[in-house]
Design a protein around this ligand. Sequence first.
Ligand code: GTQ
Length: 349
Amino acid sequence: MTTTLSTRDETLPTTYSQALEALSLGPLWTALHQLLPNERQTQAVPHRWRWHDLRPLLLEAARLVPIEQAERRVLVLENPGLKGRYAITATLFAGLQIILPREAAPSHHHTPAALRLVVEGRGAYTTVDGVKCAMEPGDLIITPPMRWHDHGHEGSEPVVWLDGLDIPLVRALEASWASRMRPARPPATETDSSQDEFTAAGLVPRRSRYADTGYPQVRWPWAAPRGALAAMAAAAPAGQPVALRYVNPKTGAPPLATMGCECQWLRPGEVTPASRSTASAVYHVIEGRGESRIGDAVLAWEPGDTFVAPPWHVVAHTNPAPSAPACLFQFNDEPVLRSLGLWQEESLP
Ligand code: GTQ
């Protein structure tokens, strides 16, 4: 936290306060209610970044900044309430990364976990520990902590994806570390198809043909969740949200220890029930147009837009279209809140 707390009690004799400060001591009673506020407080605010505004600036970054210099050509989505912290919420980092045909972003590994949701373009790939992961619009790819990864591009148009990382959380733990970069190497495999072992609900392979890395699935091509959402939407009772969680298919756990991912289908005319939780979430619009209430803000959105819900802000989504569905992707810090015993949620009338 960057907030400075009042550590001096002005009612005490100055000499006493100086004696405390000289010994690196502070009175708790001046700061107790700031440390433990009666109302939940967030510095992060609801905010939306429009694809329409960002796309030209990403293309310009690709002209202005060579990949060799940038290493990762990313525009960071900085929460207006967390200026200078390179954070979209207190725990999460989000950025839009652009790579041009034939470019290669060098390889490194680091303690923060990463995920990518492809926004636009085809033909790029991420290599995770030598395994090539193709990137097509709507695909989710995870890069677990300490896995070597680089990015390449064999297609013919710029490719943009949304990066989600737990950098602010890992930094708060003073556990952020990355290896030096080394040149990207050609992938050691054909494109990853680990998801092919998990094509039927309730069935997992007796023996995987892939090495056991603890992450049996690293890539979720968009066609599968979209198809599953469409089928659920056809059968779900009105008023019941149509949403899927991405999970480790062997354990049912979140895909990464620190970040959860979900996709949601909003039926034409649907308004989702209002709720809030102690987790924060970053939403990305894959398909459709609508608006979301986040706390006191109402944010209109269209494909490619990204918006953020800070903790304990009431969230409700609306798809006003008469006949078209809308699809939202989100990543969040829910697994952290749950594992630390800090998870709470509330439905609102
Ligand atoms: O692609 O490896 O947006 O290391 C921030 C840090 C992307 C990456 C980011 C990273 C990467």
